[in-house]
Design a protein around this ligand. Sequence first.
Ligand code: ADP
Length: 200
Amino acid sequence: MDKSPNVVRHQPAVIRSRRETLNGHRSVNLWFTGLSGSGKSTLAHAVEERLHLMGCRTYVFDGDNVRHGLCRDLGFSPEDRSENLRRIAEMVHLFIDTGVIALTAFISPLRADREKVRSIVGPENFIEIYCSCPLEICEQRDVKGLYQKARRGEISNYTGISSPYEPPVAPDLTFDTNTQTVNECIKTVVLYLKEMGIII
Ligand code: ADP
């Protein structure tokens, strides 16, 4: 619902395409999705490092810098997860307008929520990257010790344990992080961005 109907947008002269020209690359959203521990943060930051060294303007959004700030009032119920992603999508949309390559590392377990993100960010800006990894491996990695807690029943609504994860139907890229190395994944993303004409 629109609570501020009389707000009129100012038409800027410095627009996205001018910023992209200045940056020397296009802006886009690399949306990493997958179970906790599947490698989203690792890959988002590793790809960012590579792109940064190539002279690209980048920013990584992940749970830590969003859930402690913009979304600190939200929990992990389906409604709150949905609102969390809606806010992130709106923010990413603004970052796209700044000409930045926005990399996002969120479990984003539900297809419907990811589709909502796609429509807010703009389908032409949204590249869905599925970090595929068997639950057993994610549990073995247990990067944050949260699977153990979830198994003990100390965390409710934990994706993969007590809350569903719906894999993407047609992701733009899929990485099997159980068998592929981080370097292989980075190379594939960079190649994809070149093929799509996003970077040169
Ligand atoms: P998430 O952000 O999805 O919760 P993390 O990136 O925090 O996952 O953790 C993934 C773990 O898996 C890290 O310890 C990382 O080193 C390891 N790993 C092994 N192979 C890969 C790969 N190909 N891609 C990403 N992470 C990998």
